[in-house]
Design a protein around this ligand. Sequence first.
Ligand code: SAH
Length: 496
Amino acid sequence: MAKSNKKKRMKQTHQAKKAENAANKANKAPGGQELPVEVGQIVDVDITGLTHEGAGVGRFEGYTLFIPQALAGERVRAQVEHVKKKYGFARLLKIVKRAEHRTKPPCPVFDRCGGCSLQHLAYEEQLRHKRQIVIDNLERIGGFAVADDGTTGHGLVVHPTIGMNDPWRYRNKAQVPIGEQDGGLVGGFYAERSHTIIDIDRCLIQHEASDAVVAVVKRLAGRLGIQPYDEVRHTGLLRHVVTKVGVRTGEIMVVLITTETFIPNRDLLIEAIRREVPGVTSIVQNINPRRTNVIFGDQTYTLWGNDVIYDYIGPIKFAISARSFYQVNPLQTEVLYNKTLEYAGLTGSETVIDAYCGIGTISLFLARKAGRVYGVEIVPEAIRDARKNAELNGLSNVTFEAGAAEEVIPAWKEQGISPDVIVVDPPRKGCDEALLTTILQMRPQRVVYVSCNPSTLARDLKVLADGYVIKEVQPVDMFPHTGHVECVILMVRKGA
Ligand code: SAH
């Protein structure tokens, strides 16, 4: 049943594609409307903006074109590749007039990877761009007036983005797919929108340890008889190499993800990794026998060393296992949480709710300065980690509960829990409407919103503005060279 539905869907998509292609050939949008451009046409376009994915936006005879790698202020020549009714996509051929902020991307595979969409924009300018994205969303979706100088005047204050002093090598976790090409073992990343592995020796946003671990594996696996996984034929052994680094402790975990338990010459591989990558304190195997692009399987064994590595965010210590979630840029996470702490305005006695608490990072960070903290998170394993981390840090004034924030928090309200501060850190889709309603009913003095998506943020702030004054917005650059924008917002109850 499910299968035939899938077939039907595939057929429908296929037909839709065919119609779209036919429309493209006839220089019409799917639906029949005439367009000023056709696929294959070469056009000169002035770029007026950047999307949050980092693509340049320009117009050709009023028709919007998205052109990856083109920058605002540039005039470019581009070839139209794909058209839709209201907009199309084109490939950059030549920069006719260059933006002064354009810089040479240091990564040799910048064009093909798609992981870093902004490496061609000077870092200072990336920070300015990210702030602008937040402002645009607050104005367009939220309907807020933003003070134009960012610090004074009327309207809400959006501070300059806090960037990194050294915006390279910041990631502490790499998940590198392994495969075979021309008889040799390759490892790197999947080319954009594909499952072809592009072999690389280094990734400039990853910790150096990841490059070093992958290099050892690539060099030795063949000699040791360890076959790379073949995704199409579902054969071979080694699927992924995952590296996790405790940036503050220097501890490194290596996870070998394999299709089965037996690894030929396993001990020789372990020895080589330990010898060549000082700092490795844990080597773990995870077994994933399934035909899937989910990376991890269900069984995890420690092959050598410890089951976990440790790291710190500020004064809080975290245990990180092969499967547990942990922030990927711990330096900037500390900046973000310090801002959260500042905005929470704690004096030591407050009751705080941390909604969408994950492994309790924010809860524990705030617990030192609060009376009591309640954390809620939907993934039960994360709540288990959160409790362990509370114990690890000797923090006993924190209560964690697994469940949906929009259900657990109303239940807390019924039990008479009355927070002074509510912190929310939702996933990209933002807060559940029911949670926003509950916040408005609970009327905490302050609400601190930590957001990874400015558009859902703006939507949610519009709802909260009913009972709260939005005071300050602080963008923090957690993911330099990518389009992601994170920010933290202080809201104070009206009349408080
Ligand atoms: N505050 C954490 C994690 C934030 S990511 C940190 O800083 O590390 C958002 C989290 O929300 C994820 O852990 C996700 O599992 C969780 N989540 C998603 N939907 C949820 C819901 N309806 N209720 C509670 N948690 C949810």
